[in-house]
Design a binder for this molecule. Structure first.
Ligand SMILES: *[C@@H]1O[C@H](CO)[C@@H](O)[C@H](O)[C@H]1NC(C)=O
Ligand SMILES: *[C@@H]1O[C@H](CO)[C@@H](O)[C@H](O)[C@H]1NC(C)=O
Ligand SMILES: *[C@@H]1O[C@H](CO)[C@@H](O)[C@H](O)[C@H]1NC(C)=O
Length: 352
């Protein structure tokens, strides 16, 4: 009862129909009463949240306006949950709340996307002349907003579990997670892995898989994904101090290469898309990987909050770089900045 009232006072989502919403969201990884993830994209002329041409942190893959994206409407959508208003991202407030703390994104290039969005949001808030220092070593890149003592990091790892070079070749070890000692020093961790689990051929960065002590040439990739996540969940439970460190897992980010998923069966990429899919469900349905992720989280890692951004991102077939990146290839996997990851960060901001 006491806890219930604590949430009543401190939860950010009390503005509308809170009690009704509270009654319907029972999953342990969501804030009581906050369903951030059911809603719609609405046009908002005050968007985007930052000017990408003024942000010095954007990779050439995500810098759509700089590489000639002609349409602007994709910048103008705000996520509106059904039950309450999401607080607008306030960079100075974020930095004050996080004073002295370190936030680390851990995962593949989608984590980089997420990280750079947050850096741009904060950079815009502190303004020019602020002391921002950068540092990169091995897999870890770090940016510190010196006046606030806030450090925002990304640790690049495709699978979370390890790949090791052995005599037979590169081995993906589903039971081994060795970078955790670095990760657990941070105050907020945001994990993600998915993109690489189905990579084959020359883009596959391993030669063998080790599973339960046995080396195999290959295996069912979804089973491997579940196994890797389970190893990660065990690590969270045994190694991460939940009093010091808040842990999030970013849901599965969707690709847009199959038009049938958004009722345009002819489309084989996102190249012609300039508006979100308008609907309260997505025809493509929930990805199997998300089901697996939820099962692992609910059964093994209750302290982890799921940033369940899959559905809201599925609607954004217009949010990808398509050909507007330095390399000109068709990219319907990553996201333009400014863009959809700003919303992931707005939801993160509402929960930390
Ligand atoms: C909450 O759910 C219970 C059981 O489903 C129902 O009886 C009650 O009226 C609901 N309360 C509100 C405020 O919606
Ligand atoms: C920025 O902060 C760093 C670390 O505190 C300090 O060494 C450096 O002198 C500062 N730079 C400026 C321009 O203030
Ligand atoms: C979505 O459809 C509804 C109902 O047809 C319409 O009112 C709304 O403006 C549409 N939204 C967008 C973003 O196109």
């Amino acid at each position: 009862m006491f806890l219930f009232f604590m949430f009543m006072f401190f939860s950010p989502c009390l503005s509308k129909s809170t009690i009704a919403a509270r009654n319907t969201t029972k999953t342990p990884t969501q804030n009581i009463g906050c369903n951030f993830y059911q809603g719609k994209w609405v046009y908002d002329k005050s968007y985007p949240l930052f000017d990408s041409l003024k942000c010095p942190f954007i990779r050439k893959e995500f810098d759509c306006l700089r590489y000639g994206r002609p349409d602007r409407q994709y910048l103008k959508y705000r996520w509106q949950p059904n039950d309450f208003d999401l607080p607008r991202f306030d960079g100075l407030d974020f930095l004050k709340k996080m004073e002295g703390k370190t936030i680390m994104f851990i995962g593949d290039s989608i984590s980089d996307n997420h990280w750079q969005s947050l850096l741009c949001l904060l950079h815009q808030a502190v303004g020019p002349g602020s002391n921002i220092t950068r540092f990169t070593k091995d897999s870890l890149s770090s940016v510190t907003f010196q006046e606030y003592g806030v450090t925002i990091q990304v640790f690049v790892t495709h699978y979370l579990v390890d790949i090791e070079n052995e005599k037979i070749g590169r081995v993906l070890k589903l039971d081994s997670l060795k970078s955790g000692a670095i990760w657990k020093q941070a105050d907020v961790l945001i994990f993600n892995t998915w993109l690489w689990w189905y990579r084959r051929g020359p883009k596959q960065p391993w030669d063998y898989i080790e599973n339960d002590g046995k080396i195999v040439k290959d295996m069912d990739r979804m089973v491997a994904f579940r196994k890797g996540l389970t190893t990660w969940a065990k690590w969270v439970n045994t190694d991460v101090n939940p009093i010091k460190t808040q842990v999030f897992f970013q849901g599965i980010t969707p690709f847009h290469y199959h038009g049938v998923e958004w009722n345009e069966p002819g489309a084989t990429n996102c190249g012609m898309e300039t508006t979100p899919f308008n609907g309260s469900t997505y025809p493509g349905g929930e990805p199997l990987a998300l089901k697996v992720l939820k099962e692992v989280l609910f059964s093994g890692a209750e302290s982890v909050k799921l940033l369940d951004i899959t559905f809201l991102s599925q609607l954004r077939k217009d949010g990808h770089p398509s050909k507007y990146n330095k390399f000109g290839g068709m990219d319907c996997t990553h996201w333009c900045l400014s863009g959809v990851p700003d919303t992931w960060n707005t939801i993160l901001y509402a929960q930390i």
